[in-house]
Design a protein around this ligand. Structure first.
Ligand SMILES: NC(=O)c1ccc[n+]([C@@H]2O[C@H](COP(=O)([O-])OP(=O)(O)OC[C@H]3O[C@@H](n4cnc5c(N)ncnc54)[C@H](OP(=O)(O)O)[C@@H]3O)[C@@H](O)[C@H]2O)c1
Length: 251
């Protein structure tokens, strides 16, 4: 699809992969709106790129979801691309029962319910727009789950299924549905988990990853992987099982 001249909303666009996508869309000649919960991170991003439009918003809160849609459609009626990128990741050990699951923020609400609701809220506004698209950011862990992050992996597998089904439904509305499937990228995601595992380095910057994502979007590749996840997207069940055993052997 055309990657210039669009109006793009990126959730979680002040840091990491979302920020790299915001920079890439801006550089390609698009109007870019980013949102997130931390105002200071949004202001930091806007300081580097005064062209960014920013909005403080917790996409997991029902009232915020509706307010975001109203604010966007009032102020950016040309919006034609929604990027569901905001996400959190937690290590959760179920051998201890329910305690750890209940102790932190809800990956189900942030990683799964929020993108679903935002798709539902924005589809009426995307309908009829030239080059309309939804871009959902899932994860390689949606294809090969990590035992130490069981709920995160489940939310991303569900987002993959949702994206496939939505792509099929929205064909008749002319809205393209992309799924971006990152491998491990060096970002702020799951700082506690990364700290526990020592100085974990993926050796992949958000910028390098996003350069390839932008090419995928331009070429209408609807499931965009990179490195390991390019393989996971196309792998057989036997190959996925083998990767699962390798990845989780030390848990
Ligand atoms: N990095 C990786 O290795 C990796 C691998 C596979 C998939 N991913 C996916 O890539 C996406 C981006 O993650 P990242 O790696 O770039 O990590 P990141 O730097 O932590 O970015 C996540 C962004 O989401 C925002 N966010 C989180 N919860 C939110 C909420 N309830 N409402 C609004 N914004 C929220 C955060 O900002 P606030 O905290 O200020 O709200 C932050 O800007 C996520 O969906 C993640 O699951 C990452």
């Amino acid at each position: 699809m055309e990657i210039s001249g669009n109006t793009v909303l990126i959730t979680g666009g002040a840091t990491g992969i979302g920020y790299a996508m915001a920079e890439a869309f801006l550089a390609a000649g698009n109007e870019v709106i980013i949102c997130g919960r931390r105002k200071e991170k949004l202001l930091e991003a806007q300081k580097k790129h005064p062209e960014f439009h920013i909005k403080v918003c917790n996409v997991a809160e029902e009232a915020n979801q509706k307010k975001l849609a109203d604010w966007i459609t009032t102020n950016f009626s040309n919006l034609n691309i929604l990027v569901n990128n905001a996400g959190v990741q937690r290590d959760i050990d179920f051998t201890k029962g329910i305690t750890e699951f209940l102790a932190g923020e809800s990956e189900i609400k942030i990683n799964l319910e929020a993108p679903i609701v935002l798709c539902g809220l924005f589809i009426p506004y995307l309908t009829g727009k030239k080059e309309a698209a939804i871009i959902n950011v899932s994860s390689g862990l949606g294809f090969v789950p990590a035992a130490r992050m069981p709920v995160y992996s489940a939310t991303k597998a569900a987002l993959h299924a949702f994206s496939m089904a939505l792509r099929h439904q929205l064909l008749k509305l002319g809205i393209k549905v992309f799924e971006v499937v990152p491998p491990a990228v060096d970002t702020e995601l799951n700082p506690e988990g990364r700290a526990k595992r020592g100085r974990f380095k993926a050796n992949l910057s958000p910028e390098e990853f996003v350069a390839s994502v932008m090419k995928g979007i331009k070429d209408d590749v609807f499931e965009i992987g990179y490195g390991m996840t390019e393989g996971s997207i196309k792998a057989s069940r036997a190959e996925l099982d083998k990767s699962f055993q390798q990845m989780n052997s030390r848990w």
